[in-house]
Design a protein around this ligand. Structure first.
Ligand SMILES: NC(=O)c1ccc[n+]([C@@H]2O[C@H](COP(=O)([O-])OP(=O)(O)OC[C@H]3O[C@@H](n4cnc5c(N)ncnc54)[C@H](OP(=O)(O)O)[C@@H]3O)[C@@H](O)[C@H]2O)c1
Length: 296
């Protein structure tokens, strides 16, 4: 008994000297109580956070949950001015790390860094994605424009990379307050797109982007099946943000009907509400911004 109370005292001293947050008591009946995060308010990771929807996720996670911590990753932290501004406002709760989804060593390094600092993650949002890159990647309008290099690059950034991020963060994903609410599972949310739905494809075109999101959907669904089978308390969902006014959609906005181009603020509010209300039966599902399920 004496040993336990002394070791508790030592760990309390260590906690205070390392400026760690107080230990969170597990909910008495929580099925996965042994895996509840000790970071009060939770730790969320947003991958692809330099701009657009990813940056807005970081902003809203920090603003809406004043106890939550956010790890924002991007290819070039030094040039991510939006994140640097947020760091000025939320210095203690925002951690910016380098991560390029096409370089697995940067994913591993981010996982090590997160493990050392927080030991666990409650929410992982993968947002990185490309549709076009000037002079390099042009969404195809016909089969005759299909190029192997475009297909491979798009798959690598939109499907392979995000799934490797899930693989490396998996050991860290624990139940807890991903965005303020204590819950019995961690959440992985992968940003997909309605055009990735095979059932919904009546327009054709954008072969590389479309099929890369279809691949992301199948990979995420496959992961969700494995995690459920292993009774791992992690939910995986796919999200379509709507057509959102970001760099990605800029070249294509002329054809968007009036009222159908959302601000990132509106879209992320809707997506965070889906994430925050996620329950066990949502595992492996593909949802649009308004909560409607999208066919595969
Ligand atoms: N906007 C829409 O209308 C819309 C519609 C449906 C689905 N989506 C999906 O929503 C997600 C976010 O899109 P968005 O509109 O916010 O796009 P965006 O403004 O163009 O931002 C794309 C993000 O992906 C990052 N990224 C690109 N290549 C990367 C790499 N190799 N490694 C790590 N990060 C990389 C970019 O980082 P850098 O700054 O370093 O380039 C940037 O942060 C995407 O998955 C997209 O497919 C968007």
């Amino acid at each position: 008994m004496q040993f336990f109370s002394r070791s508790r005292k030592i760990s309390e001293m260590l906690r205070v000297s390392m400026r760690l947050p107080p230990l969170v008591k597990s909910a008495p009946n929580a099925r996965f109580s042994s895996t509840i995060s000790r970071w009060e308010g939770g730790v969320s990771m947003v991958q692809g956070a330099s701009r657009g929807i990813g940056l807005e996720f970081v902003r809203q996670l920090l603003e809406k949950n004043n106890r939550g911590h956010v790890v924002a990753t991007c290819r070039n932290p030094g040039g991510a001015t939006g994140l640097i501004d947020l760091k000025g406002k939320f210095e203690d709760r925002l951690n910016i790390l380098p991560l390029d989804v096409t370089d697995e060593s940067t994913i591993e390094a981010a996982a090590i860094s997160i493990k050392e600092k927080y030991s666990s993650l409650n929410l992982l949002i993968n947002t990185s994605g490309v549709l076009s890159i000037p002079k390099t990647l042009h969404p195809e309008t016909t089969l005759s424009k299909l190029e192997k290099s475009a297909l491979m690059l798009t798959y690598e950034i939109n499907a392979v990379g995000p799934v490797l991020v899930v693989k490396h963060m998996w050991p860290l994903l624990k139940a807890g307050g991903g965005s303020g609410t204590d819950r019995e599972f961690a959440v992985v949310a992968n940003l997909s797109a309605r055009v990735g739905s095979i059932g919904d494809n009546s327009l054709g075109g954008w072969h590389s982007y479309r099929s890369s999101k279809t691949a992301l959907n199948q990979l995420t669904k496959t992961i969700s099946v494995e995690l459920a089978r292993k009774k791992d308390p992690i939910l995986c969902i796919l999200l379509h943000p709507g057509t959102v006014d970001t760099d990605l959609s800029k070249p294509f906005q002329k054809s968007v009907p009036p009222g159908k181009l959302f601000t990132a603020e509106f879209s992320v509010q809707k997506l965070l509400s889906i994430i925050n209300n996620a329950k066990g039966s949502d595992n492996g599902k593909f949802y649009a911004w308004d909560g409607a399920e999208i066919p595969w």
